[in-house]
Design a protein. Structure first.
Length: 434
């Protein structure tokens, strides 16, 4: 991923240096396990650890690979240059390249998951704080983009918190499912390597042995992992779209923090644009771009092919780096989002009480009017608000048919805002459980 949308800690997971370090640890731990089994001399296993502080030369490995056309062999050749060819002769014994490649890839995905999980917890903290801050800040709810009934800004934040809390659970499950390793040799039969080697290596790397791996770890695990990232990305976009709507000039119920010296447009000095939210919408598309290829990687030929390899070399770094950046950006956006309660109230009253239509409808049915007739009574007054700019309550109070069944006091009562927020505490208790 380009540096503009990258953070160093996540980028480091996918560096060649990190990859080769993990490859080395896999091979070294495997040698230890084989020495324990008496398969190779203990002295040779110990000799491999002479390279534990070595910084592997990426350029040198690339140079060897240019000849061998095989990345794992290039690495093993370079390792032998440090350890000694005789001492390293038992390295990789009974193993196949996928044992190293797949186990390493899953280690990287687990480490990436840990960062993403921490990112999500930081976002949840920001959403929770803003939800409680604006628990009673009334705003109009919208359906189809049209004014519906009153809600609160706190409930909006709480809704996003609940969604991201589910996503935290998805990330944790995805981490658990991807945390497997395989050191099972060609076609996964353990014919040339003892299963105890796999158990030892996995334990040292914080993984579980893959129950059955053919020559590769099954890619349904990876499909589920990237699908989870795709869902998280879509939830990020869900929040970003809401903020973009709220920042529209004719709405302006909230806006992204605009720092001193910031410029909104090269042509129009007055502009303050929702650039972070728009950026998040775009980044979400990039993360989701990894989902379909990951699904298509599940179907491999027989015990192994490498059609998945080129895909994963791209989507592994790109999806996790992008999502890490997006989660951090969203957390900062939410944390500093500027809220305009007065504008929220002004928007709600823009159509002069129209949003209370359902309460009047229900009141009419409760005093004996059929639902169909009640709907007609309310709608004919509501349309005057839409079409003629009338005041809804005033029209109801002047409608003889309505006054036959409802008193003026009963009509007045239906315009009480507190009615719509009476269960906010109940919803908060469900969401935050504290």
């Amino acid at each position: 991923m380009i540096p503009r949308y990258s953070r160093p800690e996540m980028v480091a997971i996918w560096s060649p240096e990190t990859k080769f370090r993990i490859w080395y640890e896999i091979e070294a731990h495997a040698c230890d396990a084989m020495a324990d089994l008496g398969v190779i001399p203990r002295a040779n296993a110990e000799a491999v650890w002479k390279a534990k502080d070595v910084e592997f030369d990426v350029a040198r490995i690339d140079e060897i690979e240019a000849v061998t056309k095989h990345d794992v062999i290039a690495f093993l050749t370079h390792l032998a240059e440090h350890v000694g060819s005789d001492e390293a002769r038992f390295v990789h014994q009974g193993m196949t390249s996928s044992d190293v490649l797949d186990t390493c890839f899953n280690v990287q995905l687990v480490r990436a998951s840990d960062i993403l999980i921490d990112d999500m917890k930081a976002l949840l903290a920001a959403l929770k704080r803003r939800a409680h801050e604006h628990k009673d800040t009334v705003r109009i709810g919208r359906s189809h983009g049209i004014h519906a009934e009153p809600t609160t800004m706190g409930l909006t934040f709480a809704r996003f918190y609940a969604e991201m809390d589910r996503n935290l659970n998805r990330l944790e499950k995805a981490r658990s499912e991807i945390a497997t390793g395989a050191i099972s040799g060609a076609v996964g039969t353990f014919a040339n390597i003892d299963p105890a080697v796999e158990e030892h290596v996995c334990k040292q790397l914080g993984l579980e042995p893959e129950p059955i791996s053919t020559q590769v770890i099954p890619r349904d695990r990876h499909a589920a992992f990237f699908a989870a990232l795709g869902v998280v990305a879509s939830s990020i976009e869900n929040i970003a779209i809401e903020i973009r709507h709220m920042q529209r000039t004719e709405v302006l119920e909230a806006e992204e923090f605009f720092s001193a010296g910031q410029k909104g447009s090269s042509a129009m000095p007055h502009k303050r644009n929702p650039v972070l939210s728009e950026n998040l919408t775009g980044l979400a598309r990039l993360v989701r771009m990894a989902v379909v290829p990951a699904m298509e990687n599940v179907a491999l030929w027989h015990e192994r092919d490498i059609s998945h390899s080129s895909v994963e070399r791209n989507i592994g770094p790109d999806a996790t780096i992008t999502l890490d950046f997006a989660l951090a950006r969203l957390t900062g956006l939410v944390d500093k989002l500027v809220i305009y309660p007065d504008n929220m109230l002004a928007n709600m009253h823009k159509f002069r009480g129209l949003v209370m239509s359902q309460r009047v409808l229900l009141a009419l049915t409760q005093v004996g009017v059929s639902r169909e007739d009640a709907y007609k009574l309310v709608q004919r007054n509501a349309m005057k608000v839409w079409e003629e700019g009338k005041d809804f309550k005033t029209e109801l109070l002047g409608d003889a048919d309505v006054l036959k069944v409802l008193t003026a006091a009963q009509i007045e009562e239906k315009f009480d805002l507190d009615y719509h927020t009476k269960h906010v505490d109940t919803i908060f208790a469900r969401v935050f459980k504290d």
